[in-house]
Design a protein around this ligand. Structure first.
Ligand SMILES: Cc1cc2nc3c(=O)[nH]c(=O)nc-3n(C[C@H](O)[C@H](O)[C@H](O)COP(=O)(O)OP(=O)(O)OC[C@H]3O[C@@H](n4cnc5c(N)ncnc54)[C@H](O)[C@@H]3O)c2cc1C
Length: 271
């Protein structure tokens, strides 16, 4: 199928983009088009106007301050994979990027587009939740920063207004003593996850977070700070952690997610 007819606008600044979004009825942001493109072709989305943010230089910028790095919304998965952007995590972000889809998708798909779409199985959603990332949002009236955990309301549902734009993702720097583990279970390389486990432990910052992703809703943050500093979180321990975090899947799904979480712990604390 081909898309329904639409108009196409290409603003040069964030200010112009949010003004267009606020004043143009039925407008939709276009970033890498890796999700929106197929949705247009299948006519699952039929916006009257596409606002292409791909030429806005400030959205492709990465700023590095003392404590954190702000990654612009249109930075691609491939740029992160290749280490072409400063990495506040000492290798965690490129590792996650490498597991997203296929190289062709990664060269176009953007970190901001992935978070705006908020597919529960998306890799950035889980990984950046575990890092405690914040989303920078611009609108015509004001700009704000929202923790990712609060930004996502549910499956493909976010805090973003129709006239708002994600401008960047702020990630605090991990120390050199930080440990992280990421494990994605999917049928074959390049596919969306069936289960994701993430562990981030930074003793220097007294920061620990374990997350289960691809659970069908927002990423589940484990309530228990389970045995940080050791790799001895068994699959059974992981099952209990998931139950404690009110995991609602059936027994097969619980086993799958427990395996992903267990392996994330193993990777985080491997010698
Ligand atoms: C074959 C295939 C396999 C894939 N596998 C994976 C996978 O394994 N893991 C994974 O995580 N993802 C996967 N994806 C999704 C991919 O990562 C996309 O890049 C991503 O979901 C959307 O990013 P985009 O830049 O292409 O956004 P677009 O498709 O352009 O936009 C997606 C949505 O976000 C909105 N949007 C985009 N940018 C902004 C912004 N800055 N502010 C506000 N709204 C915005 C758009 O209006 C639209 O609603 C896959 C995609 C394909 C086609």
């Amino acid at each position: 199928m081909k898309p329904a007819p639409f108009d196409y606008l290409r603003p040069q600044t964030v200010e112009e983009a949010v003004r267009l979004l606020a004043t143009t009825p039925d407008a939709k942001v276009l970033a890498g088009g890796q999700t929106l493109g197929p949705m247009l072709n299948l006519r699952l989305a039929q916006p009257a106007v596409l606002v292409d943010i791909g030429r806005i230089a400030e959205l492709a910028a990465v700023t590095d301050d003392k404590d954190a790095v702000m990654i612009g919304a249109t930075v691609t998965h491939a740029a992160i994979e290749d280490g072409r952007t400063p990495d506040p995590t000492g290798g965690f972000l490129p590792q996650v990027a490498r597991g997203i889809a296929y190289r062709a998708v990664r060269t176009r798909g953007t970190i901001g587009g992935s978070l705006a779409h908020a597919d529960p199985a998306a890799d950035w959603l889980s990984a950046l939740t575990a890092l405690g990332a914040e989303i920078a949002i611009a609108g015509v009236r004001s700009s704000r920063r929202v923790p990712l955990s609060a930004f996502v309301r549910g499956a493909m549902e976010t805090e973003l207004g129709a006239d708002e734009l994600i401008t960047g993702i702020r990630i605090r720097k991990l120390s050199s003593r930080a440990r992280f583990g990421y494990h994605k279970i999917c049928r074959k390389t390049g596919e969306f996850a069936e289960a994701i486990g993430v562990v981030v432990d930074d003793p220097e910052r007294a920061y620990f977070c374990a997350v289960a992703g691809a659970t069908g809703g927002r990423p589940l943050v484990m309530e228990t700070r389970a045995a940080p500093g050791s790799g001895s979180v068994t699959v059974e321990d992981a099952r209990q952690l998931l139950k404690g975090a009110h995991f609602t899947g059936d027994d097969y799904e619980l086993t799958l997610h427990a395996a992903a979480l267990h392996r994330a712990y193993q990777r985080a604390y491997a010698a």
